[in-house]
Every structure is written in C-alpha cells, then in structure tokens.
Design a protein around this ligand. Structure first.
Ligand SMILES: [Zn+2]
Length: 198
C-alpha cells in the first residue's frame, strides 16, 4: 500500500528542508492533511507569495521586496562603513545589538572548498564593487568564528587590503567556533566596538 501520488510528491518536496528525512517529511505531510488543512493552505499561499515577492537587495544582497532594501535606502546610516556577514540572520542579530550604524553586505554563505563553494558563490565580485564605491572607508568582517568563517574573513581581508581598502575583523568576544546568530547582543556589541585592523 502506497500513498497517493500527490501526497508522495508533498512528502518528497518537504525533504528539501534542512534536517528533514523521509520519516519526518511523512509525519509533517500527514499532520497538515489530517489536523491542519487551514495551516496547509496558509503555508502554500505564503510560499507562493514569498517566491514572487522576495528578491535580493541590489546593494546589500539581503532579502528584500524592493530592488533596494529599506536599510540600504536609509539616509540615517553611515555609508562609510560596510559590514560583511554570512547570512540575513546575522544581519538581524547585529541590528538587534544596536551597536552598528553602517551598511551591510550579505554573502549568503561562506567559502567552503570541500563543499565546492568558492568566491563566485558568495558574490565576492559584488561585495568588492560595493566596497570600492569611493564612499566606503572601512569594511568590517563579521563572518562567524568557525574555520570556514575565519577562512572567508581572511580571504576577503587580503582581497581588500591588496586594493588599498581598510578591512577590520570583529573582536574575539565571540567564542571559538561561535556563530553570530547564537550570540547574545552584549557580546556581539563588544565584538563590533573592539574590532581590529587586519
Ligand atoms: Zn540592502
């Protein structure tokens, strides 16, 4: 006895989520169909809508519904500072820490040669373009303190200093192996304030 084809397709589609295997995908699909059909309809509509509406900001590369996101468009931000982070979640954490008033560039990943992720995949050409607009005076490297995050910061730091652009690295208030997304605001604020030249 097999599931109907459309249900099998949903189960297989749910497996695109991180950490979701065959068993939990089936459990989710059964839950939606048996116990929460309105929730399922809402999920379907939200997915369709977000795919239609959300793109990458032309300037910072984060998620945005407008070509340029509200943060990049704001005149209240210090355009001489550009902070490089791995993910939109890291950007939000830094904003919550209220310690930084410059602009951002979101890599949407980190260098990871073992997974085949190279400089092109994390948009370093666009980052470099942003950093060399003549207004940016300092690039703050706020990638994670994991091996890959450190290697990414090192790579970008060299790239920038070779072109005469000042690069700084956030301070090690963060634990080794630490991910920005899971650090408290106070520690993160200190790491930004105590950033050092590289
Ligand atoms: Zn933006």
């Amino acid at each position: 006895m097999k599931n109907p084809p459309s249900l099998e397709e949903l189960i297989s589609a749910l497996r695109c989520l991180p950490g979701v295997g065959a068993k939990s995908a089936q459990r989710m699909a059964f839950h939606l169909l048996q116990r929460d059909r309105p929730g399922a309809a809402r999920l379907a509509a939200a997915l369709a809508r977000v795919l239609e509406a959300v793109r990458h900001c032309e300037r910072c590369n984060s998620f945005s519904e407008a070509p340029v996101c509200p943060l990049c468009a704001s005149s209240q931000r210090d355009a001489s500072l550009l902070c490089v982070v791995e993910t939109p979640a890291d950007l939000l954490m830094l904003e919550q820490a209220q310690c930084y008033n410059g602009l951002y560039f979101v890599l949407m990943g980190r260098l990871s040669p073992l997974d085949g992720i190279g400089p092109k995949d994390i948009h370093l050409d666009r980052m470099l373009q942003r950093a060399s607009d003549g207004i940016v005076k300092e690039v703050v490297l706020a990638t994670n303190f994991t091996n890959e995050g450190e290697a990414t910061a090192h790579f970008i730091g060299e790239m920038l200093t070779n072109r005469g652009i000042k690069a700084t690295r956030i301070a090690r208030g963060l634990p080794v192996g630490g991910e920005i997304e899971h650090v408290d605001s106070g520690t993160l604020a200190r790491a930004i304030i105590e950033r050092r030249a590289i």
